[in-house]
Design a protein around this ligand. Sequence first.
Ligand code: PMP
Length: 435
Amino acid sequence: MTSTDRNLQLFERAKALIPGGVNSPVRAFRAVGGTPRFIQRAQGAYFWDANGQRYIDYIGSWGPMILGHGHPAVVEAVQKAVLEGFSFGAPTEREVELAETIINLVPSIDMVRLVSSGTEAGMSAIRLARGATGRKKIIKFEGCYHGHADALLVKAGSGLATFGNPTSAGVPPEVVQHTIVLEYNNIEQLEAAFVEHGPDVACLIIEPIAGNMNFVRASVPFMKRCRELCTQHGALLAFDEVMTGFRVALGGAQSVYAQLIPGFEPDMTVMGKVIGGGMPLAAFGAKRAVMEQLAPLGGVYQAGTLSGNPVATACGLATLKEISKPGFFEQLTATTQSLVSGLTSAAAAEGVPLCGDSQGGMFGFFLFEELPQNYAKVMTTDGPRFNTLFHGLLDRGVYIAPALYEAGFVSAAHTAQDIADTVSAARDVFRLLGK
Ligand code: PMP
C-alpha cells in the first residue's frame, strides 16, 4: 500500500537523487528520526508542509527570517529588484548602500566585503587574517561552527592545543595542522595556548554567543581574556556573527559585550543570515588597514560570481531597514523571553528539569537544571528525551530545530498567542516526559 504522506513520498524520491535526501545534513532528521517535513510555503511565523500541516516555525531558515516569512516590505523590494535584473557581475548602488548600512550598525567595521554564504565569509576572513598578519595558526573553540571550509572543520579531541583532528573525511590532517582547538569558556587553556603559540597566531575566531552547541554564551571574563590576549600577541580577534549579527541585538553580539566590557571591539566580523533576509548573502568586515589587504588592493585573493547579488542585497537592505526601526529589538527580546520563561515554567510544573537562555531573537533550552558552559556538557543531554520532546512538539504543530545542539529563533511575526500555543503544546509533552 502506498502511503498518502506527501512528506514521505517526497523524502523517498529525494533520497534516490540527493545524498540523504537533503541539501544540508541537519534537515534530514537523522538525530531525531522520522520523516523530514518538506516545506511548501511560509507566511509570518508559520510554514506548511507537503501535507498542508501548519507549524509554528522556530528555526526561521536557521536565523535569517527575523521578520517572519513574507514580510510585505521585503517582498516588495525583492519583486522590484527581480524586474531590474538577477545578476550583473558588475557593481551596483545597492551594494554600496548595504555596505554603508552594515558599517553604520557595527562600529568595529570600517570596510566590508559581500559574499554569498557564511562558509565563504568565514573562510575568506581566515585567509585575510593570515595574509594580514603573515602568521599561520588559528584558534577556534570546540562546539563553534564557522562553516565548512577545510581548515575550520576541526573539533578538538580534548585538552590543550590538540592539532589536526579533522571532523570530516576528505580533510587531510595537514590542512588543519595550524588549527588549534580549545574548550569554550576555558581561560586556562586559552592562556596556555597563547603562551605556547602566541607569535604564530593569526586570529582567534569565536561565536560570541554560540548557536551551534544550542545556546552557550562566552562568559565575560573569558571574552575579556580573548580580547586581551589577542591584543597582547598581535592576533586578530574575529567574531563569527553569522548567527548573532543583527539577531541578538541591532549591533550584534559585539554590542552586547561592549556594554559589559568597556571599550570592547573585535578586530574582524563575519556575518550572514539576517543581512540577506533569507537570500544568499553574507559578509566579512574589519578595520580599513586589514580590509585593504584584499584583492584588488592587496595580495589576499577573494572573489565571487554572485557576490553582492542585486536581488539578495535588496532583500538584505529591506530587512535591515525594518529591524532598525525604534522598538524592534525590545519587542523581539520580550517575545523571546516570554517563550523561554513559558517553557521553563511549564517544565517545572511537570517536574521536568529544564533551563533556557535568550538574547534578542535567539534562544536555547536544555534538559538540565543549569545552563552548560561548553560543548562537552551540552552533549551530555539525554538524546532520547530530547527526541521525545522534538516529536511531541512537531506532532502538535511546533517546529524546533531537529537536533539538540542547535539554537532556536523567534521572529517579529510571532504573536503572544503563538507563544502561548507553543508553551501549551510543550506542557503536554513535558507531562509525558515527567512521568
Ligand atoms: N558561522 C556560523 C556561526 C553559523 O551558524 C553558520 C551556519 N549555520 C555558518 C558560519 C555558515 O554559514 P552558511 O551555512 O551560510 O555557510
